[in-house]
Design a protein around this ligand. Structure first.
Ligand SMILES: C[S@@+](CC[C@H](N)C(=O)[O-])C[C@H]1O[C@@H](n2cnc3c(N)ncnc32)[C@H](O)[C@@H]1O
Length: 266
């Protein structure tokens, strides 16, 4: 039964239009509120900068009220100010097309509800490296590996460790492959993490989002090998009891939730 649940991931089919419409609605609400408030402000505050601050703040607030995942907040904060700045530069049309294509290739599935690219800190990599040593791990996987912030230093520090990484977004994947080129023990696949088999790994690392954790928990509990370890950076899996929570001393005060996979037959 657990395996059946794991193979289906209906959340993604539902969130595709939902994520996009909520993001657009938050931006639109930000615009409407900013346009309504600007005439009420004193003359000296009626400029473009005030308008942009108002719009992006209101878009962020709307995003919270619409219960979008937290990582949408910085996107709403910078969206209109960046778009306005780019337009004011009056670049040739092909530059705008190029910027659009590059952003699409970096934030590939974000519009459909996938987690965008955020990077782990060096302190997180060190903490994961210590766990790998403690566990005497031989096979390590990272789901959503970005540009190799975690896998590249691990491949260097643990030459005996076999590292498999999955990354869906094309540009981060290419950068990951390029950065891993000297490490024969590390390989990054351009594939959806939901279609992978995790049974061969001693340690799996993820840094994704609270939105996917419940579904990921179902998938990993049924496919990871009993006794193996899951490390989730920043986001806990609801209803799972971590074996340890490692507090990392970085700027974000990251917590690493370490879960030991139990035998489902127990
Ligand atoms: C928060 S970033 C973490 C990057 C990297 N793991 C790190 O710690 O620095 C999440 C990454 O997961 C990737 N991602 C999101 N959903 C994915 C999916 N369904 N399959 C594969 N990769 C995915 C994103 O493209 C992004 O690069």
């Amino acid at each position: 039964m657990m395996r059946l649940l794991a193979s289906a991931h209906p959340v993604h089919h539902i969130v595709i239009p939902m994520t996009l419409s909520k993001a657009l609605l938050a931006q639109l609400l930000g615009l409407i509120i900013a346009i309504s408030l600007i005439p009420l402000l004193p003359m000296k505050f009626s400029g473009l900068v005030t308008f942009l601050i108002l719009q992006s703040s209101c878009a962020m607030l709307s995003s919270i009220l619409l219960r979008q995942p937290r990582w949408w907040l910085p996107i709403h904060l910078v969206f209109l100010p960046c778009a306005t700045t780019l337009l004011s530069l009056q670049l040739a049309a092909h530059w705008y097309l190029l910027i659009f294509i590059v952003l699409t290739l970096v934030f590939w599935g974000t519009i459909k509800g996938d987690v965008p690219l955020f990077l782990s800190s060096t302190a997180v990599v060190e903490a994961v490296s210590q766990v790998i040593t403690q566990e005497s791990a031989q096979h390590f996987a990272e789901l959503g590996a970005g540009i190799g912030t975690v896998t590249v230093p691990l491949a260097q520090q643990h030459p005996q460790l076999i590292i498999n990484a999955w990354e869906k977004a094309p540009i981060p994947w290419v950068i990951n492959i390029w950065r891993s080129r000297h490490y024969a023990n590390s390989h990054c696949y351009r594939s959806n993490l939901w279609s992978c088999d995790f049974s061969q790994y001693d340690v799996i690392f993820v840094f994704l989002s609270p939105a996917v954790m419940p579904e990921l928990g179902v998938k990993l509990r049924s496919t990871m090998r009993p006794g193996s370890l899951l490390i989730s950076s920043s986001f806990a899996i609801p209803d799972w009891k971590p074996e340890t929570i490692k507090q990392v001393n970085d700027m974000a005060k990251t917590q690493l939730f370490c879960y030991r996979i139990a035998d489902t037959n127990e």
